[in-house]
Design a protein around this ligand. Structure first.
Ligand code: C5P
Length: 237
């Protein structure tokens, strides 16, 4: 896979117009992430736009519901022909298994390849204190994220979203085939923003990431296409 195939840029905007402007400014980006804000604003028409431009799609809607509802949502997402789709690991084994089956059925019903499902292990906005005191989870945070990734893997889910710091351990425990998609990536020349524990693109790939999600260093740059090129050059050069 080339470096460009491994970088996913989030369409973190709230309207179709802004999304299209970003797509136009970054013609070389092949893989885009659509999250809750944009999807709720535009509905699936933004996915059609991406498809028309022959882009790959990471639909990051983080489904978490009862098995029947997860299955229904994943069946519908499978019919869109997206490449990656997120579900919360904490939805549990049955919901994860049903989600996977339904996403496959949805895609196959329209002659498309099924998406790879990715588990959210624990939202990075939650820290050890939240886990222990508010959620009453009696295990340490690294152990918890590892257990959630293993639950997802045992349920057939193809990968997980994790911070680059967790990638080394997850790669070792979950094996080479498990997809690890890492946000929290910053080139040395970019601002950290609100991301706390960051790694450079080179470090994150070396740690075992399959894909990197890199947003503001590219999308908020004065010259987004130049920032994208610089990242690709640093990875290939
Ligand atoms: O701009 P930045 O590179 O921080 O964007 C990272 C993207 O990855 C955003 O869309 C953000 O919502 C998402 N994300 C994250 N941390 C997670 C999960 C998703 O930053 N743990």
């Amino acid at each position: 896979m080339t470096a460009g195939h491994r970088i996913i840029v989030p369409l973190d905007v709230s309207s179709r117009e802004e999304a299209i402007a970003l797509l136009d400014r970054l013609p070389d980006v092949e893989f885009w992430k659509v999250g809750l804000e944009l999807f709720v604003s535009t509905g699936p028409s933004i996915l059609d736009e991406l498809k028309q431009r022959h882009k790959r799609i990471f639909l990051d809607l983080k489904f978490h519901d009862i098995p029947n509802t997860m299955a229904g949502a994943c069946r519908a997402a499978g019919r869109y022909g997206v490449d990656l789709l997120t579900v919360h690991g904490v939805a549990g084994r049955t919901a994860l298994q049903r989600a996977l089956e339904a996403a496959r059925e949805g895609a196959e019903s329209v002659g498309l390849s099924p998406p790879n499902l990715l588990a959210i292990t624990l939202l990075t906005s939650l820290n050890s204190r939240d886990l222990a005191f508010d959620l009453k989870v009696p295990v340490e945070l690294p152990e918890y994220t590892l257990q959630m990734a293993l639950l997802a893997q045992e349920s057939g889910i193809q990968g997980a979203v994790c911070s680059p710091q967790e990638a080394t351990q997850l790669r070792r425990v979950c094996g080479d085939e498990f997809l690890l998609v890492c946000p929290g990536v910053r080139p040395t020349w970019a601002e950290g923003g609100d991301q706390r524990r960051v790694m450079t693109p080179q470090e994150a790939l070396k740690a075992g990431a399959s894909y990197l999600v890199i947003g503001r260093p590219i999308t908020a740059a004065t010259d987004p296409q130049g920032a994208w090129r610089r990242i690709i050059d640093e990875l290939t050069g």
